[in-house]
Design a protein around this ligand. Structure first.
Ligand SMILES: [Fe+2]
Length: 464
């Protein structure tokens, strides 16, 4: 009965909640540990100045834990407006009277002290939906990790070198095979019903609820995300110049913007602009993976450094339109989000309900990149799909829509105002996503033109 949800993990205890709060804060402070100038500058009109994100996570904590759940008098009501993401689009945030870096750090640390007092006093068995199972703490922990990932995207866009730690990752399955072991390899998912979404996971968001039965016909889904090597074949085949592969609006977008490769890629490397080029031997893949080295090959800028595009890594920084076009070129299509989720077997994670181990998924910024395809056989789901969790967010063909019986909680601006045919759903989290902020039921969404997020994709097709 692999389609059934296992019993939920016990609601998080106070010690675990405190540890999760601390872990999220450590990340926020690490990603803002730099000169003030880099924190107050707007690196891209797509993103906030980092100092906005920093104070915003504290303000969100004040609103939800201190005021809504704790009934505490507002500490800084006068700054609520500045840090209300719905009042000020990102491009306008640099012109707001933001707290400076030192003041922002003081503010969020003052809020955090009181949050721990509320945690100390709260009854986690209280039936109040904000307090039950520590939901409101889960809300702010996940929110902070989501902003941490956004800050990483800002730092990647900034092109500034030396701000982000890299690290070691397991090797993929390609290195001695002389091939890129691409998403050509597929796994079969038999027909039948499965339970989509969840009622049981205490920190799940409103958009993951309620659980409901979905009956799907049989399909094939790629064993791994599409790799850079696979994607290069699409480019080499003139994929960006052939309207047959593109939705009309996607075709218009690539023509208008002159797009011919994933964001941050450049041919030959020399014209990379911001970023320090490293020789091919200095590339820190840590995995011995193959590269399209120099010359005619493609290079990419990763956190301010130029390096050859590693062929066996999942492609990232592609829009939904590019993912959709690639899939059509490959004779496939993007999976629906139901197909994506069913391939994970109806569990909290593809391997079961236990927290991720380092050999199961590339999460939490262990290194500043996705791991090569085939690096996580121990993280496979029941049908054999690998790297569903971590590495790259995966675009699906689905619009972001409510599940049947959806009820907005704790506020309509979390999910409800985004439902419709504007945003496409992404699943699975990326290397930059923390394990507290991902599960197989987790739904992310973005505009189909967005490329600064750590997103890639895999393909699917109907069986038979
Ligand atoms: Fe936010």
């Amino acid at each position: 009965m692999r389609e059934r949800h296992a019993p939920p993990p016990p609601a998080a205890g106070k010690e675990l909640i405190a540890a999760e709060l601390a872990a999220a804060r450590a990340r926020s402070l690490a990603y803002t540990d730099m000169e003030d100038d880099l924190l107050v500058r707007q690196h891209s009109p797509l993103m906030s100045p980092l100092v906005w994100d920093l104070a915003h996570v504290g303000n969100y904590e004040e609103l939800w834990v201190l005021r809504a759940a704790g009934g505490i008098t507002p500490l800084r009501p006068e700054i609520d407006d500045i840090y209300d993401a719905f009042k000020h689009p990102r491009k306008d945030r640099p012109s707001l009277p933001l707290l400076g870096p030192a003041e922002a750090r003081r503010y969020i640390s003052g809020v955090r002290g009181r949050v721990l007092d509320v945690l100390d006093a709260v009854d986690l068995d209280d039936p109040d939906p904000l307090r039950a199972g520590g939901f409101v703490f889960g809300l702010v922990v996940q929110h902070e990790h989501q902003h941490d990932e956004t800050m990483l995207a800002t730092l990647q866009l900034s092109g500034e070198p030396g701000l982000i730690q890299d690290g070691e990752l397991p090797a993929g399955c390609a290195q001695d095979a002389g091939e890129t072991r691409s998403g050509q390899d597929e796994v079969f998912v038999p027909p039948g019903p499965f339970v989509m979404g969840t009622d049981a996971l205490p920190w799940a968001y409103d958009n993951e609820r309620p659980s409901h039965l979905m009956d799907l016909p049989a399909y094939w889904i790629d064993r791994w995300p599409v790799s850079n090597g696979d994607y290069l074949a699409f480019i080499a085949d003139g994929g960006y110049d052939d309207p047959r592969w593109w939705r009309p609006e996607g075709w218009e977008w690539v023509r208008q913007k002159g797009i011919h490769a994933p964001l941050f890629w450049t041919r030959g490397g020399a014209e990379g602009g911001a970023g320090r080029r490293t020789g091919s031997h200095a590339v820190h893949t840590g995995n011995g993976g193959r590269h399209a080295a120099g010359g005619d090959g493609w290079w990419r800028r990763r956190f301010g450094r130029m390096e050859p595009v590693p062929l066996d890594e999942p492609v990232q920084h592609v829009s939904w339109y590019e993912a959709d076009a690639y899939a059509r070129w490959a004779g496939k299509r993007l999976p629906t989000e139901a197909e994506w989720e069913k391939a994970c077997g109806g569990r909290r994670f593809p391997w079961g309900d236990a927290d991720p181990r380092p050999d199961q998924a590339n999460l939490g910024h262990r290194a500043a990149r996705p791991a090569p395809v085939g690096a996580y056989p121990a993280g496979a789901g029941p049908y054999g799909a690998e790297q569903m969790i971590g590495d790259v967010w995966e675009w699906t063909s689905s619009w972001f829509q409510p599940y049947p019986g959806f009820r907005s909680f704790p506020y309509p601006e979390y999910s409800e105002v985004f439902f419709g045919e504007t945003y496409r759903v992404l699943r699975g989290g990326s290397w930059a996503t923390h394990s507290a902020a991902i599960r197989t039921t987790f739904r992310n969404w973005d505009y189909p033109i967005r490329r600064q997020i750590f997103a890639g994709f895999r393909c699917a097709r109907v069986a038979g």
